[in-house]
Design a protein around this ligand. Structure first.
Ligand SMILES: Cc1cc2nc3c(=O)[nH]c(=O)nc-3n(C[C@H](O)[C@H](O)[C@H](O)COP(=O)(O)OP(=O)(O)OC[C@H]3O[C@@H](n4cnc5c(N)ncnc54)[C@H](O)[C@@H]3O)c2cc1C
Length: 446
């Protein structure tokens, strides 16, 4: 860490900017490389969606300190922002602080990370060679050198496909003008969806948000037909913690979607496995299995695919990273967050030690550190970067501690069947923890 080179942060989202705030606190030089034309570019793509966690969990502590010194008025803690609010009331003011602004490169997409003059195979002098980041800026490729790389580029740019086997097919690529990935802004896209046959695929919060928006369109456009395809054995398993959720907004989504399903506004098709998409005239035909039986669904006008995201590792081919083979998360995190094992939004506290990669001084943090797991919370990401920065700046004790303030219940889905009274797999209460990682238990039982 004696080099005069900066620490490179890939991505100017909430976690990348929080990393910058922690580095400022420690007097470290950094550069933020953001592919969008403003910070929070991915958040803005779902800017119309109300988050489920209130402001108090969405602001990093180091960032808050910097902002408050500049006279910024903090948004009201218990209120729940939309994605747009998160950007305009928090991320943008943060990015406009002189200490950040002078080190922020917008419209700068990282397309390669390597060690100077050394490819992935070479060991000799590897740990002392600076990193080189190849960055596309206005059709030019620039090379930026750095002593450390913190990859906080999220997963939003890499949606999963419609097919339940996870493969992208040519047919799906050809249907792109009839498929929306993520959460469309329905009030702004009325013409596209009004009085159409719309199918939503997925069972997470994105799918639920999209369903609720489409359903409200039906009030004025009654010929809108809504199909909801998911793989769960029981649709009730996605209703979540409901009244017991420590994040009431997240619980509220579960309550509203249950009402919608019970009212018959949405036709639920589950457990359904999409195997093939076919263009038929101007419409889409979906071929798949309902349980064990083949079921073909025809005449769909629009598909909304909310099947989650996966990390983009295309620019990390020349660095030595270790991701979990299934979750594609940072290897050490997988046992904590694997959706096959945990249904909770909560993981036990973790920091630098778990995030360390075989490539020295290279870290994957934020949403991307969770790979395909959908349960990431900002508060977790803020703790990650606090711990990583503490370690990088020689505060080894500080790096081991985790100060976590995280709601515990919520995205719990196992154990809920139509006949079950259980609706949370975690404890209740907001965890206020200051702990040594190695002594901590997870609420999800591992
Ligand atoms: C609809 C929705 C609601 C959510 N609500 C909540 C909530 O209520 N509470 C909560 O705690 N979490 C919530 N999350 C989860 C999570 O906190 C957010 O996804 C959050 O934005 C993740 O932050 P991040 O900084 O890790 O990644 P991102 O916000 O995705 O930021 C990554 C940044 O990197 C940039 N980038 C990508 N690739 C490159 C590249 N190659 N080079 C340079 N820049 C690049 C992107 O443009 C982007 O600005 C929600 C997520 C979604 C999708």
């Amino acid at each position: 860490m004696n080099s005069q080179l900066p620490i490179a942060i890939i991505g100017g989202g909430p976690v990348g900017l929080a990393a910058a705030a922690h580095l400022i606190r420690k007097g470290e030089k950094f550069i933020i490389l953001e592919s969008g034309n403003q910070v929070g570019a991915s958040v803005l793509e779902w800017g119309h969606v109300r988050m489920f966690s209130p402001w108090q969990y969405n602001i990093d502590q180091a960032a808050r300190e910097l902002l408050e010194k500049s006279g910024w008025q903090s948004p009201n803690g218990p209120e729940i922002p939309t994605g747009n609010d998160l950007v305009t009331q928090y991320l943008l003011p943060l990015s406009e602080l002189t200490e950040i602004k002078e080190s922020l490169l917008l419209n700068s997409k990282v397309v390669g990370v390597t060690r100077k003059s050394i490819d992935k195979l070479k060991n000799t002098k590897r740990e002392t060679a600076p990193f080189q980041l190849y960055v596309e800026v206005e059709h030019e490729t620039r090379v930026v050198e750095a002593k450390v790389v913190i990859d906080a580029s999220g997963t939003w740019t890499q949606p999963n496909p419609a097919l339940s086997n996870g493969l992208w097919t040519k047919a799906e690529q050809e249907l792109q003008d009839k498929i929306y990935y993520g959460i469309p802004n329905i009030p702004d896209m009325k013409e596209r969806y009004a009085n159409k046959k719309v199918m939503i695929i997925g069972s997470g919060h994105s799918a639920i948000n999209a369903l609720l928006d489409i359903a409200s369109l039906k009030d004025n456009y009654p010929n809108t037909t809504i199909y909801w395809v998911l793989r769960k054995t029981h649709v009730a398993s996605v209703y979540g913690g409901q009244e017991n959720d420590q994040l009431p907004a997240r619980g509220e989504l579960g309550i509203r979607i249950e009402k919608l399903v019970e009212s018959g506004t949405v036709e639920v098709i589950t457990p359904y496995y999409v195997q093939q998409l076919k263009p038929v005239g101007e419409q889409i035909q979906i071929i798949g299995h309902l349980g064990q039986e083949e079921k073909v669904i025809s005449n769909i006008d629009e598909l909304i695919v909310s099947t989650g995201f996966r990390p983009d590792t295309s620019f990390l081919g020349e660095v030595r990273i270790q991701l979990d083979e299934a979750v594609e998360s940072v290897k050490e995190l997988a046992p904590l967050i694997d959706p096959n094992l945990h249904s909770c939004g909560t993981v036990r506290p973790h920091g630098e030690a778990e995030l360390r990669q075989p490539e020295k001084d290279f870290y994957i943090v934020g949403m991307k550190s969770y790979g395909r797991a959908p349960t990431f919370l900002l508060a977790t990401g803020y703790e990650q970067v606090r711990s990583v920065v503490a370690y990088l700046t020689g505060d080894l004790e500080g790096a081991k501690e985790v100060h976590l303030n995280l709601p515990e219940t919520g995205v719990c889905s196992t154990g809920i069947t139509p006949n079950s009274t259980t609706n949370s797999c975690c404890g209740t209460g907001v965890a206020e923890m200051k702990v040594e990682i190695k002594h901590t238990k997870t609420c999800c039982g591992s």
